[in-house]
Design a protein around this ligand. Structure first.
Ligand code: TYM
Length: 331
């Protein structure tokens, strides 16, 4: 079992990243060999400010360590420090089909009406993502629900490459979603939109740098509906805001949805919201404290990332060399 996953170093970590991915990464460190990276090449697919990108890579690395990623257990690195990712991505771009990429919903969402003026990188983004995992022959890719389609594409690319070149080089990776955490955390302002760093409203997400007061205030103001909470999870369907808040509470308190509803059935959100604020603060406050200390120690973070990159380069090199050989190129 080899676990690989990445996160874009754009903006700060939010509760969606934490619940959808990072808390599971932390748990998997003790179960498997893990590689986690800052997807800084993916961050180039939209306009970037170079100084900001550099700062974001550091900040995000610090945030991952503060959240419990242990560089002594896991290989933690910046994607751009391992050239095998973009090198393999080029080979895989020649395996992936236009039609496959045309179906990617993230490209449609991100390009919106600006399809023609989007970067080519934004379109081929999922192929680089496939290279990210295939280059390590990853078996499991822990991600939130929104990345499932990209991991399925990576599987399709792996299978086609293996067939086309009569090899067993690539392992078709499994998207690993859920597993006790919330696979899809929604905006606090709109239960139908995912919590996202690109949402212009700060009120829509809980950030890991938010103070306790800010967290409590965002949860107090979170959109809800006027009905009391039901006793049956099925009755949360059609009530996206209620479903989201109950889901976050269950994931953070380690309870089932049923158990949360058993506590709050018949009551309004005035009862649930303070309990939710308490568990969110209990999760975020210690991470924020560690992050405050860590982010000033740039030298230590650089050293962790350098060591991680060295290990990642060693692991990636044989797969890349075998891919070149498989397509008929050797050097
Ligand atoms: P990114 O940076 O948008 O998000 C990082 C991880 O957080 C999860 N996530 C969520 N989960 C639940 N609810 C939410 N509201 C929410 N928002 C984000 C994402 O599913 C993801 O697991 N393309 C990827 C980064 C990437 C990658 C990879 C991931 C690049 N290469 C290879 C896995 C394997 C992305 O933009 O994630």
């Amino acid at each position: 079992m080899r676990v690989v996953s990445g996160i874009q170093p754009t903006g700060g970590l939010h509760l969606g990243n934490l619940l959808g991915a990072i808390l599971r990464w932390v748990r998997m460190q003790d179960e498997a060999e893990c590689l986690f990276f800052l997807a800084d090449l993916h961050a180039l697919t939209v306009d970037v400010d170079p100084r900001q990108l550099r700062a974001n890579v550091h900040e995000m690395a610090a945030a991952l360590i503060a959240s419990g990623i242990d560089p002594a257990k896991s290989t933690l690195f910046a994607q751009s420090a391992v050239p095998a990712h973009p090198e393999l991505a080029w080979i895989l771009q020649c395996t992936a089909r236009m039609g496959w990429l045309n179906r990617m919903t993230q490209f449609k969402d991100k390009s919106g009406k600006n399809r023609e003026s989007s970067s080519v990188g934004l379109f081929t983004y999922p192929v680089l993502q496939a290279a990210d995992v295939l280059v390590y022959r990853a078996t499991h890719v822990p991600v939130g629900e929104d990345q499932k389609q990209h991991i399925e594409l990576a599987r399709d690319i792996a299978v086609k490459f293996n067939n086309d070149f009569d090899t067993e080089l690539f392992v078709a990776p499994e998207p690993f979603i859920g597993g006790g955490t919330a696979a899809r955390v929604m905006s606090l302002r709109d239960g139908l939109a995912k919590m996202s760093k690109s949402d212009p409203s700060e009120q829509s997400r809980v950030g890991l740098t938010d103070s306790d007061e800010t967290i409590a205030q965002k949860i107090r103001k979170a959109k809800t509906d006027p009905e009391p909470l039901p006793d049956d999870p099925a009755l949360l369907e059609g009530r996206p805001e209620a479903k989201n808040l109950v889901g976050i509470l269950a994931a953070l308190s380690g309870e089932s949805i049923e158990a949360v509803l058993a506590r709050f059935a018949g009551q309004g959100f005035g009862a649930l919201k303070p309990a939710l604020a308490d568990v969110v603060i209990a999760t975020v406050a210690p991470i924020r404290g560690r992050l405050d200390e860590l982010r000033h120690d740039e030298a230590a973070i650089d050293a962790f990332l350098a060591r991680g990159a060295e290990r990642a380069r060693e692991l990636a090199a044989p797969t890349l060399a075998a891919a070149y050989r498989a397509v008929g190129l050797s050097h």
